[in-house]
Design a protein around this ligand. Structure first.
Ligand SMILES: [Zn+2]
Length: 179
């Protein structure tokens, strides 16, 4: 018996197949292949007449695939870009940050940022630090003061003393900046 003849003959009596194959009376193919047959409508008519339960399955299959297509369209419509909200700068917490940065082999400077979030004039603040520590102090950026010397620990006392609105808890120690 060749491979081909076995296919044409279909299920044999006395053989246990994992699943019963139902052949279409219109196109003579297993009914799951009917939809590829040009006369699928006629196959469905045959199924409706001879195997109503199988016909229901085919019908449901068709409908569910259509529903999935519909769902897909909806999803595409609903999606979209431009929903990412950018955080506003003024929403950030008010905080002064202090860090130590190396300068040369042995010297280090103290960097203070965030003073302007308390509406403090940076030039006034820089001058105050320079006078207080008797060292160079200058505004070096948008919201940055650099004090020549390691005065980080002193700033935790001096800043709240000079500007009571800046609580010691609002001063963040960023530690040592890396070279
Ligand atoms: Zn068929």
């Amino acid at each position: 018996m060749t491979e081909d003849s076995r296919l044409i003959m279909g299920p044999k009596e006395g053989v246990n197949y994992p699943m019963q194959v139902i052949y279409c009376g219109n196109c003579s193919m297993p009914i799951e292949y009917c939809e590829y047959y040009p006369e699928y409508d006629k196959c469905k008519q045959w199924l409706e007449k001879n195997l109503p339960s199988e016909f229901e399955k085919v019908k449901i299959g068709d409908e569910s695939s259509e529903a999935t297509g519909e769902e897909e369209k909806k999803r595409q419509k609903r999606g979209g870009k431009g929903m990412i909200k950018t955080k506003k700068k003024e929403d950030g917490p008010k905080q002064v940050c202090i860090s130590r940065a190396p300068r040369g082999k042995k010297k280090s400077v103290t960097v203070v940022t965030g003073m302007s979030s308390f509406n403090i004039d940076l030039k006034v603040a820089a001058k105050f630090f320079g006078t207080k520590f008797a060292c160079g102090s200058s505004v070096t950026g948008d919201d940055e003061i650099v004090i020549q010397g390691d005065v980080k620990d002193d700033l935790f006392d001096i800043i709240p003393e000079k500007w009571p609105e800046i609580d010691e808890d609002l001063i963040e120690d960023l530690g040592d900046q890396k070279r």
